[in-house]
Design a protein around this ligand. Sequence first.
Ligand SMILES: Cc1ncc(COP(=O)(O)O)c(C=O)c1O
Ligand SMILES: [Zn+2]
Length: 403
Amino acid sequence: MTDYRLKCISCEKEYEPERSLYYCQECGPLLGTLEVIYDYDKIKIGHSFSKNAGITQFKDLLPVNFQTNMDSFVGGTPLIKLRKIFGTDEMMIKFDGVSMSGSYKDRASIIAINKAMEYGFDTIFCASTGNAASSLAILSAHTRLKTYIFVPSTIPKGKLVQLIAAGAIVLPLIGTYDEAFDISMDIGLKKGWYCRNSAINPYLLEGKKTGAYEIIVQNDYKVPDFCFVSVGDGTVVSSLFKGFMEFERLGITDRMPRIIGVQAEGASTLKKVFEKGKPYTPIEEKVHTLADSISVGNPRDVIKACKYMEKYEGELISVSDEEILQGIMMLGSTTGVFSEPAGAAAFAGYQKMMGDGRIASRQSVCLVITGNGLKDIHAVENAVNVNNYKKEEIYNILEGGLI
Ligand SMILES: Cc1ncc(COP(=O)(O)O)c(C=O)c1O
Ligand SMILES: [Zn+2]
């Protein structure tokens, strides 16, 4: 662990870390999300990281002392490098669908679990569109922490079963993710449980930023020109900005990639806030998309994401559910990477920008695929047509060269 302080994203007031400090006391939970800050001059690291190791190799850049049995199994996901594909000479796919629980959220959950243990909590809770919850449940299963999960009752079955199998106490709410978030805050904080809610817990982003570190290390310390990732609350995209920014600040790299956040057309609240311009003012909307993980109408990290977008010239784009579905099939059939809808939104966003002629074939592209397709089979069922055959029909079809 490295010494750190917490800084309000809006008023920039600095705080010493405390057991139950989640957001700036003056700006409140939405405007006053906190960011972990370090004295970078005191951090001495070089190009010494391993391409295969997990998140613990970055301990000198994280605000936590690792102490669980699962720590070393988080991170270290593959960076699949492909040449001359989808119109670009150099494509990279950072695939976090193969992590312990099958999503990028493991990077955050392991940090929250370690923090809860450090501060002596016996219970941890989170509200989630599904993945944060299943990663928290799976990674805390072996600890003494009791785990309460608030999710919308519509979450994909795969994610629900994952939660139950991991022994979490699940409270599916007949309502939206945004409502589950509010109720979890009300109950969890009153009960004195440790909060692993996106944006509210400042340490989650620190875990997530390791995805950016790994992209650099696994790409031989070269910075991709573009990096695409899907956006709901805005924490994952902010974490990529911070991770790439820190490696640049520490002299490990010499530039930032162009980061493109991709939202679903039916759930593009963060994009709207960013495009309206400064002062960034949160709005709340009713949203709908088949990409359940990014179906967020009241994004909790909206200020941070907008500020990072502005500072490092990022961009937010949106894609239709149809484009996401096509993206799942094309990504799967061309690369073998089977993504859940939210993950494939990143690919659909890339295709859109490429189609608009905004990316040159010589420019390198990294797609961050944040979740495994097996988590939400239902979403793609309609795009998959399968015929069943009798034995003799199979012989006939193949002998007749019909398939
Ligand atoms: C698979 C997947 N992709 C992307 C996201 C978006 O992350 P954020 O809500 O931090 O923007 C999530 C969040 O739940 C997710 O589960
Ligand atoms: Zn503040």
